[in-house]
Design a protein around this ligand. Structure first.
Ligand code: KMH
Ligand code: ZN
Length: 308
């Protein structure tokens, strides 16, 4: 059995500061939590930036550059920059962080979907910032746009242009077929990382049948050319990634995907979630991949070739 690569998605653009006091916001908080997650066993750190003052997701490359070097000097974990950004960002904005940092790995969302989390604003709460409640509620009417042209441009600019590889985020079976189109077109070369996403409202549910369907479809389309990983949102996070790991997948955890450690228990840090999944995997007899092993598996360009 090969070793399991743990990714940690440290802050994201779904959750807002009022939902958990433990969500990292400032560059120092993002850096500290990312480094601690790596020390806990995460080989890959998936990163978004937030406005240091009000916690709003930001595409500003200067904010990325306030935490990327701080992380890089303290850990050799692979740094993976989002190109999904946050709701209402243009494609150009979404690309700014990765174009500036030239990372080894960047996320790439493989289709347009309804990506909704308006349920997070369902119950009354005291909001720390005015932007949070409308931001969350607006997702009921939002579309997360990732057209074929958008995807092609990201592959050309970041992949062919800057040597990045991708975390191909697939929320539905059709997204695997979209990826197959780009493999056939020669824009995606093996080995490529398929991050299958479960439990987002607008995408596949976190049922075992869906996990199996994703796996079987990816096997059929890509054979041995792909490296499989999965994440699941909210309460599905730990059970579903454990199921996936038992089926041979790599796993992603982190506060971007769930604010919780267990039922009704907020995670106090990203590292807590990494330690939990690590404990489960090791109890089941699996070994955890180091950053060097993740780089070798994914054939990444290496830390010497990034711009931070
Ligand atoms: N929040 C995740 C389900 C991205 O950064 O490109 C999706 C995500 C998107 O990670
Ligand atoms: Zn993300």
């Amino acid at each position: 059995m090969s070793k399991v690569i743990i990714s940690c998605a440290v802050t994201g653009a779904v959750h807002t500061p009022s939902l958990s006091d433990y969500l990292p916001i400032t560059p120092a908080q993002i850096a500290d939590q990312a480094v601690a997650a790596a020390e806990a066993g995460a080989a890959i750190l998936h990163l978004h930036a937030r406005d240091p003052v009000d916690g709003r997701p930001t595409p500003d490359p200067q904010v990325f550059m306030q935490f990327l070097p701080r992380i890089a000097e303290r850990t050799d974990a692979v740094i993976n920059i989002t190109t999904g950004g946050g709701i209402s960002m243009s494609l150009e904005e979404r690309l700014q962080g990765a174009l500036t940092a030239e990372p080894e790995l960047a996320s790439l969302n493989m289709g347009s979907i309804n990506f909704s989390f308006h349920g997070l604003a369902a119950r009354p709460r005291v909001w720390k910032h005015d932007w949070e409640e409308p931001y969350i509620r607006a997702t009921e009417d939002g579309i997360f746009r990732n057209s074929f042209k958008d995807i092609r441009q990201i592959l050309e600019r970041l992949g062919q242009g800057l040597g990045a590889r991708f975390e191909f985020e697939c929320y539905d079976l059709g997204h695997l077929y979209n990826l197959a189109h780009f493999v056939d077109a020669g824009l995606v070369k093996p080995p490529f990382l398929v991050q299958s996403v479960f439990g987002i409202m607008g995408g596949l549910g976190a049922d075992p049948e869906c996990v199996m369907a994703m796996r079987q479809t990816a096997d059929r389309l890509f054979g041995k050319d792909y490296v499989w990983s999965l994440l699941a949102a909210g309460k599905h996070q730990m059970p579903t990634v454990t199921l996936g790991a038992l089926m041979g997948a790599n796993v992603r955890v982190g506060l971007e995907d769930s604010l919780f450690l267990g039922r009704g228990q907020l995670a106090k840090s990203n590292a807590e979630q990494v330690l939990k999944i690590r404990r489960i995997l090791e109890e089941l007899g699996m070994e955890i991949a180091t950053p060097a092993e993740a780089r070798a598996t994914l054939q990444l360009k290496g830390r010497d070739n990034v711009a931070f």
